[in-house]
Design a protein around this ligand. Sequence first.
Ligand code: PAF
Length: 285
Amino acid sequence: MKISGKIKETRDQVKEWKKQGLTVGLVPTMGYLHEGHKSLMEAAKRENDKVVVSIFVNPIQFGPNEDFASYPRDLDKDAALCESIGVDLIFHPDTEEMYDPDFSAYVDMEGLTKELCGKSRPTHFRGVQTVVSKLFHIIPADRAYFGQKDAQQLAVIKKMVRDLSIDMEIVGCPIIREEDGLAKSSRNTYLNPEERQAALVLSRSLAEGKKAIEAGERQVSEIKRRISDVIGKEKLAKIDYVEIVDFSKIEPVADLGAAGGGEILCAIAVFIGKTRLIDNFIMKM
Ligand code: PAF
């Protein structure tokens, strides 16, 4: 397995593979890899001849008071995991390689980025789309793999690829959870033992929402109330949002009965102490 910090070297290698008729899968990450990333890498390995993992903590997707500086990093551990799965190339650029000092071109989108995380993190999706577009230009893979935990990100990237006619298949992969239900996330590492226990309220509250829908509840306000009630009982938890949207458009819906056979996304963001965690489920109505 090769590790490259250089755009040209990485692009040349991927082009060489393509010239040989090999398929390439890309797994974009910010590192500190966990079982969720592992499942993406394994899917990429199954479905492609070559696998590239990018590891880059992208400064422009963090807001001014967010955790860019403290975001966990451990390249040696990440490289060992990639090696064990049979990844062919890690692209690990530094910020200077990715962003010239006078960098000023961004990729942005109307609509899908305005709700959910876009409300509390107004510049986040512009940063994500910009870096993912750059990665797609540097690594012209056949397929790119993203986790459903970041469901809004997945919807945004699928639409970005469609709108900008980027020739790449976007593959969404299921959320991977700890045995007790907590969705795997690099940010779980911020939680102290008491907060780790409190964080179970995310999956517990979503289970309550799911149960209500399965029992026939269709009023979104009522489903959101039930989810919020569960979260409200956890003293270390503070709700950022509890929302139910049409998954393809990321637009709020009021009545699931009107969802017309489409997929709905029930998504929550909750602060546990200072750590903001997200979780969700998607349901076909
Ligand atoms: O999901 C992530 O880890 C990041 O948002 C991504 C897609 C790698 C872009 O920096």
